[in-house]
Write a protein that binds this ligand. Sequence first.
Ligand code: DGJ
Length: 699
Amino acid sequence: MSDAGNDARWTLRGAHSEYTVAVPEHGRWLELVAWGPQGVSEGPSPVEYRGPVPFLTAGDAAPIEYATDAARPFTGADLVVETAAGDRRVSVSYVDADGDDGALAVTFADPVTGLRAVLHYQVPPGTDVVRRWVELTNAGSEPLRIVRAGSAGFCVPTAHGARLSYQWGQWAQEFQLDHVDLEHGGFTVGSAQGVPGHAYVPWLTVRDQAEPEGSTWGVALDWTGSWEITAERDTGGLTRVRAGRRLADGSLDLPAGGRLTLPTVTGGYSPDGLDGLARVWHRYQRQLAGGRLTPRPVLYNSWEATYFAVDAENQLALARIAAEIGVETFVVDDGWFVGRNDDTGGLGDWTPDPAKFPAGFDAFIKEVRALGLNFGLWVEPECVNPRSRLYAEHPDWVYAIQGRPLTPIRNQYLLDLGRPEVAEFVHSTVDGLLRRHDINYLKWDFNRPRTEPGRGWAAGTGAGGRVDLDGAHVANLHRIYEQLRRDHPHVLIEACAGGGARTDLAMAARADVFWPSDNTGPLDRLAIQYGFLHANAPHLLSSWVTDSTGLFDPRPRSLAFRFVLAMAGVLGIGADIRHWTSDQRTEAAFWIARYKEIRNVITHGTVHLIGDPGHPRCAVQYTSPDADTVVVLAWHTGRLDGTGLLPSRPVRLPLAGIDPAGVYRHGEQRYSGSHLTAVGLPVRWTAEHDAELAVLRRA
Ligand code: DGJ
């Protein structure tokens, strides 16, 4: 709910939290009063400052929600606008505000240039997140130029120093959770790749160093292009997080009469540390999924088994075994279309290769379906190989700078999706595949960032001039996802970008699941999934059981370990199961059957992350919404030699969020809720027993 007081002050209330902002009397900006648990706004503001600000301006110290460089000239602005005459320091002042249940819009305007900025706030009901976005309008008669296009500033009180948590990575090593203590100065993560990228996740959390398990604030971006999040702690103990687009291609034009909506940034609050904040994101993402939040099918993906050497015979051999062990959806990955025998050709020509499917593609799909399986297909429709018919016909469709050589990455170029013909081609290609063939799962990949900040088609067409390449690409990508979902509601879409390079809140609202990494080795994957689950709900976590050892920590682990790990989200199999022994297939069938019993709890349950991958205690607890079923997945992360040979006591996994007075059964054993919370669930690791799936039921 939002309520406006006489002094232009509003409180937005979440399920357990609130966010209060006010316009000071001078009217030059909106500032934060308090952000935290319900009731936090009653009392002196935890972020206001006292005393003079020598050698600075008042705005440099104030907890400004959205600062122009006129309001905050020295310590970092969110918005920098330049006039046609080249002047900056465009300043705005309060006009009016409009609010209703859970939403607020505060308008500021500049009488000199005619710039209007509407700051929007929305707290989706039942969540503890606040969504913020800004709408800029040039109501003047001269063009303006947007030099910095931040979406929001979030202020966090960190009197004893700030502890930031972020996720770094690279290909095959995404979502590595790490922390940095920030005493003074700044810390920045971002991407200039036209996609969120492997290097950092558009997500950052802040807490006071004195309370690492207490109040925790997070910021995550809904933007699938280049981005930046910066945290700066001032000498007064305020940490201000700026988040928004990174204008890697230069400034944006805002012509007279023009309008620009900047991406949404979502803030989250939890009183329970990083683990509690993970639940805040989970609840919000589940709400974003809406009616599509259903337990995902168990899938088989053929990539690691056959790579590009796809043909009907080997795919059907895999599909038969997959069906036997309980798989529900069979996905043919890269390699099914003409010209695609390796990564040097074929992208762009989305026709099934008749040499690989001699009886026809539909006959092949029919055979897969006759096994009782649903069918899924891999595509990468935004990319093109120079060796393809598409490129021969439309060389001008790729991002390019006239007169300069193109930069291939993985032997491919990137289509300019902002161009209407290209967007139409991409949409109709995917839509056509879904209409022509019996498909109900799509894996949409993207294996290269954008390098060329230019349009290949601009010269000679009159379409030159400055274009918001990133904005146009992202807008069309989102629109195509939305159209496909609307027109093919039974098709689940998995978003992938060479692993996890395209995961942000905007994609979480449009895709059904993410492929977080190409690294499926067990211990490497554990670290990836541990980070991923801090920012994303389990229904978004696609995970396969494979034979891969991993790249960074290749210590061997059991098949059980791999299964229990993949069960932490959406279970898939990616191994070459043609080579599995009958014992391995029997074991696989056992785990798949168990997953089907618990996936409802994995999809809808409350998540508690226990320990971490560097710790002998590493587990994830899922508690069903009625709290009657508790699923614990646990992994032995240390060395295996010697375990179970010497006298030892079990590892204890302390559970959370359960009824202390309740009695929980695990097999023959009964535990009180308080025992499970205070002492923990015992797990005895041995060299053979390196993973545990425990399902506890309230007696
Ligand atoms: C990268 C993806 O992450 C892999 O899973 C696989 O689909 C390959 N691309 C196919 O080229």
